[in-house]
Design a protein around this ligand. Structure first.
Ligand code: ZN
Ligand code: ZN
Ligand code: ZN
Length: 332
């Protein structure tokens, strides 16, 4: 008989790495070039692995609450059987029920239905091969991704241990980047987002990660893409990435009046992108700050008289920028 390992309480999440690995495989199989469709074999494994990813990641969230919740019958759970993984785990249906009733998560009914349907597809594929039109299967897989990705961002990632979280975020960046190649997912998700995005069209720009017009800028929130859920706590990084990846203009490290990214006269962050196409302005471009979301399209700028390379609006009385005047200005 082997000795029981040191008591390793709830810091153990082998499920997350495992689930994300499945997910990575899924998006890799579903993503295609423009106008192409995934081949039948990729679709088959995408469904099987998406089912596995969903099951594993739902259980990972249950395990964050308490390890006994992943048991088929939590009343009989012991730490020993948990550590040896020699137990029957709960069904996906039970996992949903516990996430709602015990953990108290507000899960969309639409998402639960999508997962249930995918389980049916998985069974059909396992026993009979692909018996349904590929497009329908792909759409159902997309519906599950549309549930699973926000679930991970909202409910699973925030409570991960730091090391694990960094690893998970790295994987998710690759997952997000693949989404642009999954047409069925783009249709499903953009349909869901359309009404909400219409209200913020003035400050919605193309996301550098997923290439969808869903990156929303706001004064009171980090730049966040509603499509791929990527957020940029560093607004200067968001501005530089937008400029470089979306418009192809590289921002230099030193201030320069010709630079595509300038210091914002309002919030002072170097997050004012001089050529931004918003959902409302296309094909015209605007000057928009990625930190405070102020629009400076109609402001005339002049270079700071001290020659520091920053711009300031011509209608101010100053000829020096705040940095050169030495006035400490507020940073957001
Ligand atoms: Zn995005
Ligand atoms: Zn600003
Ligand atoms: Zn200056």
């Amino acid at each position: 008989m082997t000795a029981r390992p040191n008591s390793r309480p709830d810091l153990r999440y082998p499920l997350v790495d495992n689930g994300l690995d499945y997910l990575l495989d899924v998006v890799g199989r579903l993503a295609t070039g423009p106008g192409e469709q995934p081949v039948a074999r990729d679709l088959k494994y995408a469904v099987l692995h998406l089912q596995a990813a969903t099951e594993v990641l739902l259980k990972a969230r249950l395990q964050q609450e308490h390890w006994s919740l992943v048991f088929d019958n939590p009343a009989t759970a012991t730490r020993k059987t948990f550590d040896s993984a020699a137990f029957t785990s709960c069904t996906t249906e039970a996992a949903f029920e516990r996430l709602r009733n015990i953990v108290g998560l507000d899960l969309p009914a639409k998402g639960i239905t999508a997962v249930t349907r995918l389980a049916r597809d998985r069974n059909a594929l396992t026993h009979y091969g692909l018996t349904q039109p590929a497009a329908a299967v792909e759409t159902r897989a997309a519906d599950v991704l549309n549930f699973l990705l926000p679930f991970l961002a909202q409910h699973l990632m925030p409570a991960l241990a730091p090391g694990e979280r960094t690893r998970a975020e790295q994987t998710m960046t690759v997952v997000h980047a693949q989404l642009r190649g999954i047409e069925a997912y783009i249709r499903t998700r953009m349909n869901d987002l359309r009404a909400g995005l219409a209200k913020v069209a003035d400050t919605t720009v193309t996301c550098p990660v997923c290439a969808q017009p869903a990156l929303v800028l706001a004064a009171d929130a980090d730049p966040t893409c509603r499509f791929c859920l990527m957020t940029w706590p560093d607004t200067e990084e968001a501005a530089a990435e937008y400029s470089w990846i979306v418009t192809g203009e590289v921002s230099s490290t030193d201030p320069d009046p010709e630079d595509p990214v300038q210091h914002c006269p309002n919030c002072s962050a170097r997050s004012l992108v001089m050529k931004v196409t918003t959902a409302a302005s296309a094909p015209q471009t605007r000057r928009l700050c990625f930190a405070c979301a102020d629009d400076f399209t109609d402001t005339d700028f002049t270079a700071c008289a001290y020659g520091c390379g920053r711009l300031l609006p011509v209608d101010t009385e100053e000829t020096l920028c705040p940095a050169c005047i030495g006035v400490p200005f507020e940073r957001n």
